[in-house]
Design a protein. Structure first.
Length: 148
């Protein structure tokens, strides 16, 4: 199985950006942690980060026949990008939305996700563990689908 892990705007600055909220781990370190966990689970992962909505959408379109599912941290696009939402829905790939911080315990604007309705689950507030759990949630879904 192959999973696409997408990181949205500003997540390239992990480690530097608001470490009290997002932790001190860099994006590369985070990806390595996810990759190590994916290896244990026996799945392949590919990573993509962009600060551009269109680039994320193009990557989702390009992955539609290549991957089995998506783990996505859409960053601030979570809260308003109907285009990203539609892209996930359009390709029909199962997706899990993840966040490092607890978006439900922050500013009001962060408490809304326009992405969540097209995802299997939303995992928020667990730091790197959000991605790990997101991957596991996706795999549980994919394995159940394989059995049917
Ligand atoms: C975030 C939460 C978003 O509100 C924010 O804009 C981000 C990161 C998170 O991982 O906690 O860029 O998605």
């Amino acid at each position: 199985m192959r999973i696409l892990v997408l990181h949205g705007p500003n997540l390239n600055l992990l480690g530097e950006r608001d470490p009290k909220i997002y932790g001190s781990q860099s994006l590369e370190e985070l990806n390595r942690q996810i990759e190590a966990h994916a290896r244990r689970l026996g799945v392949e992962v590919e990573f993509f980060q962009s600060n551009h909505e269109g680039a994320l959408i193009d990557r989702i379109h390009g992955a539609r026949r290549r991957v089995d599912g998506i783990v996505i941290n859409p960053g601030a696009l979570t809260h308003y990008s109907y285009a990203l939402r539609d892209a996930i829905e359009a390709v029909g790939l199962p997706a899990v939305e993840v966040h490092l911080s607890d978006i439900h315990a922050r500013e009001l604007f962060r408490q809304t996700s326009v992405i969540a309705p097209v995802c299997l689950a939303q995992i928020s507030g667990k730091g790197a563990q959000s991605y790990v759990e997101g991957l596991e949630r996706l795999l549980t879904h994919l394995k159940a689908k394989q059995r049917t």
